[in-house]
Design a protein around this ligand. Structure first.
Ligand code: NAD
Length: 257
């Protein structure tokens, strides 16, 4: 399956799941635009590595997904958008009565409202080009809840709702909009939590992974960024042309419980 001639924009893609998705879309032949708010030399080096590895065009564009105007500018600056992957996200954990207002606002802005701005800017471009795929990286927390993650759960449920609405608004066009709902994925963000948790519970790495992190993931295995990239490529394939407005869980059975 080839995505040659398609341009994919992946928000929040200088690490973790977004970077994994960028690699798999590039492997399938798409030109990719990676993004974060940082604009470091290494961000541009990541784009060059993708280009060199897969023989495609790859570029880094700085844009802060907490700011609506920058979300829209990202789409405009990319000079094309056939595939939009809304992936940027942050987390903060606290009981709701102690949840800092600035963290609430940032999570809602980056994890949810950014997808409104980028989708609004991308749809007219997709319509002009006669084809489009919007893939929203939600979460198992877009379908279920956990304590102390009120902003994250609210934002991810919001993304799932927006996914359905965009799918209905584009249902009679060659454009689809779906959400991928990962369970726990071993990204640098999650990896960094392992040593502290080992100390806190006086547990081995294996026990922390199985009995603390993956308690709700029946497979007792992390999903990988490559699997999420492969799921995204599938949603961009012709086989998925009638899949729209739905969620695809990649969670080792979490939401079957
Ligand atoms: P990560 O921290 O490795 O990646 C987050 C990305 O978002 C980074 O590229 C970061 O630069 C970017 N980002 C953060 N704030 C930004 C901003 N203001 N503007 C632009 N970019 C910004 O984490 P990850 O685990 O790869 O998470 C990626 C997505 O997957 C998030 O939406 C997250 O909620 C979702 N997710 C992750 C897991 C998991 O277990 N890792 C599970 C379910 C869903």
């Amino acid at each position: 399956m080839t995505l040659q001639g398609k341009t994919a924009i992946i928000t929040g893609s200088n690490s973790g799941i977004g970077l994994g998705i960028a690699h798999e879309l590039a492997r399938a032949g798409a030109s990719v635009v990676i993004n974060s708010f940082t604009d470091r030399e290494e961000d541009h080096a990541i784009a060059k590595d993708i280009a060199d590895t897969h023989g495609v065009d790859a570029r880094y564009i700085k844009a802060d997904m907490s700011k609506g105007a920058e979300c829209r500018a990202l789409i405009a600056q990319a000079g094309g958008c056939d595939i939009l992957v809304n992936n940027a996200g942050i987390q903060h954990v606290a009981p709701i009565d102690e949840f800092p207002e600035d963290k609430w606002d940032a999570i809602i802005a980056i994890n949810m409202s950014s997808a409104y701005h980028t989708t609004a800017a991308a749809l007219p471009i997709m319509r002009d080009r006669g084809w489009g795929r919007v893939v929203n990286v939600a979460s198992a927390h877009g379908l279920t809840a956990s304590p102390y993650k009120s902003a994250y759960v609210a934002a991810k449920h919001g993304v799932v709702g927006m996914t359905k609405t965009v799918a209905l608004e584009t249902a009679q066009e060659p454009i689809t909009c779906n959400a991928i709902c990962p369970g726990y994925v071993l990204t640098p963000l999650v990896e960094a939590q392992i040593p502290d948790t080992m100390r806190e519970y006086n547990m081995s790495r294996e026990d922390v992974i199985k009995n603390v992190m993956l308690t709700r993931q029946p497979s007792k295995e992390f999903a990988t960024v490559e699997q999420l990239g492969g799921t995204t490529v599938f949603l961009c394939s012709d086989a998925a042309a009638q899949i729209t407005g739905t969620t695809l869980s990649v969670d080792g059975g979490w939401t079957a419980l």
